[in-house]
Design a binder for this molecule. Structure first.
Ligand code: GUN
Ligand code: ZN
Length: 441
């Protein structure tokens, strides 16, 4: 076993998100092999140092004075093959896909290109404090293998899947309906549940999938109930119009997925901006959840996720970077963008997201939405020991500002507003308790 002495942040699963944070100014985190024999280290004890020091006197303690231990961040929606399209300007989603994203994704039929990008992507997640991600690959099965292999090397919890897109996609990216479903099932059997890896059935979005492909994906979603489903919905006005033209028999764009058996627990829909109340009720009744991607929505001018109406309907959600529509891997940038999006709603509804709520959305809340509560995104006893070490004095401005914080909310807000990758001293991923140390450190 190993122990770490520092300030510790975790979340009480029984409290509402805006007041769920539990903070130990002088805490002890004790981690060690999983007593249940799981694939990685888990949290054995966590709490005030004074209360635990005697009980764990035999365990080597690493002191981290002045630093903050927090759960590793969970990115609910990101595209690993889009690293090299970050910051590509376009009037909106559809031209952005056509002019930048599809041409880049075509390159992932080359295994070496996939492998090199996958390794870079994994390193970039860890450098930014992200220890779990649900990510898109491309339509090429090679791209999935490359990412799973890179994640396994680091012992990371990664969920990904081959994009399904059998129409309205260029040569080299468009897949074949029948073969795409055969490939998906083979990848599920090969990778899902291996160590910390999980598979996600990945219809790109309804406009690029035939009804036959969506139906086949829905059948796989029903056959493999603990596999994830991921897609996009209700992001952009032109996209919605197109989806409605292609599936006129469905009640709404979102309902198209339900009509093909693709809404259930562990189904994650990115964006969910332009939903109506019936859609929100459908999210809630099916157990599907939203990946909120504020930097992407602001960059592509897609719109603003409606937090008040999501809470009113009671469906789950958490944060995603959506790189490369999204502009940053940093959870701090994503949380700040979510705050701005929440402010847009606050103008009409009087709702403003608290720093605890923002942080929860990128850790314990995201884990809950993914069906991984008690596994990742938190540091309660029994959770996998994925955590970040944060240096609140990482820059002169952060040092000056955080020294003035008079409450936990003030501290978390200062980190969210001023923070980026420089805050992350280390990201521990739990398997073999291997720390990731930035090369420059
Ligand atoms: N809709 C379909 N594909 C994509 C994608 O790659 N990014 C975003 N933001 N939306 C999509
Ligand atoms: Zn996306």
């Amino acid at each position: 076993m190993k122990a770490y002495r520092a300030a510790i942040l975790r979340f009480d699963p029984d409290q509402p998100p805006h007041e769920a944070a539990q903070y130990e100014p002088d805490g002890l985190l004790v981690v060690g092999p999983d007593p249940q024999g799981g694939p990685c280290d888990t949290v054995h004890a966590v709490g005030p140092y004074q209360a635990l020091a005697l009980q764990f006197a035999q365990v080597a303690v690493q002191p981290l004075p002045g630093q903050l231990i927090a759960p590793g961040f969970v990115d609910m929606h990101v595209h690993y093959p889009q690293i090299d399209v970050i910051g590509s300007p376009a009037p909106g989603l559809l031209p952005w896909l056509e002019n930048y994203t599809f041409p880049e994704e075509k390159r992932f039929n080359i295994p070496e290109y996939s492998a090199q990008t996958a390794s870079f992507f994994i390193a970039e997640l860890l450098r930014n404090g992200v220890s779990t991600a649900l990510t898109f690959a491309t339509s090429h099965p090679e791209s999935v293998k490359a990412l799973f292999s890179a994640a396994q090397e680091k012992g990371m919890r990664i969920i990904t899947g081959k994009c399904l897109q059998d129409r309205h996609s260029p040569d080299g990216l468009r897949d074949d309906t029948e073969q795409s479903l055969i490939d998906t099932e083979a990848l599920i059997q090969q990778w899902h549940g291996q160590a910390r890896l999980g598979y996600a059935i990945t219809p790109r979005f309804a406009p690029t999938c035939s009804s036959a492909q969506l139906k086949g994906a829905g059948e796989l979603a029903s056959k493999y109930g603990d596999v994830w489903v991921q897609s996009h919905v209700a992001e952009n006005a032109d996209e919605i119009k197109w989806a409605r033209e292609l599936f006129p028999d469905s009640r709404s764009y979102l309902a198209t997925y339900d009509d093909h058996g693709l809404m259930r627990q562990r189904a994650v829909y990115a964006h969910c901006i332009h939903l109506d109340e019936a859609d929100r009720a459908l999210m809630h009744s099916t157990g599907a959840v939203a990946a909120v991607c504020p930097t992407s929505n602001l960059f592509l001018g897609s719109g603003f996720f409606d937090y008040a109406r999501a809470d009113g309907a009671g469906f789950g959600y958490g944060l995603g970077s959506d790189v490369g529509g999204g502009t940053s891997f940093s959870p701090f940038h994503t949380m700040l963008a979510a705050y701005y999006v929440g402010r847009e709603g606050a103008a009409t509804q009087g709702l403003s997201l608290s720093p605890q709520h923002l942080w929860w959305q990128h850790t314990a809340g995201a884990a809950r939405a993914l069906g991984l509560e008690g596994v990742v995104g938190n540091l309660q006893v029994g959770c996998e020991a994925d955590f970040v070490v944060i240096d609140p004095k990482a820059t002169p401005l952060l040092a000056r500002r955080t020294a003035r914080a008079n409450s936990l909310d003030e501290l978390l807000f200062a980190l969210i507003v001023l923070g980026d990758d420089r805050l992350i001293v280390k990201t521990h991923v739990s398997e073999k308790n291997r720390p990731y140390v930035p090369v420059s450190a």
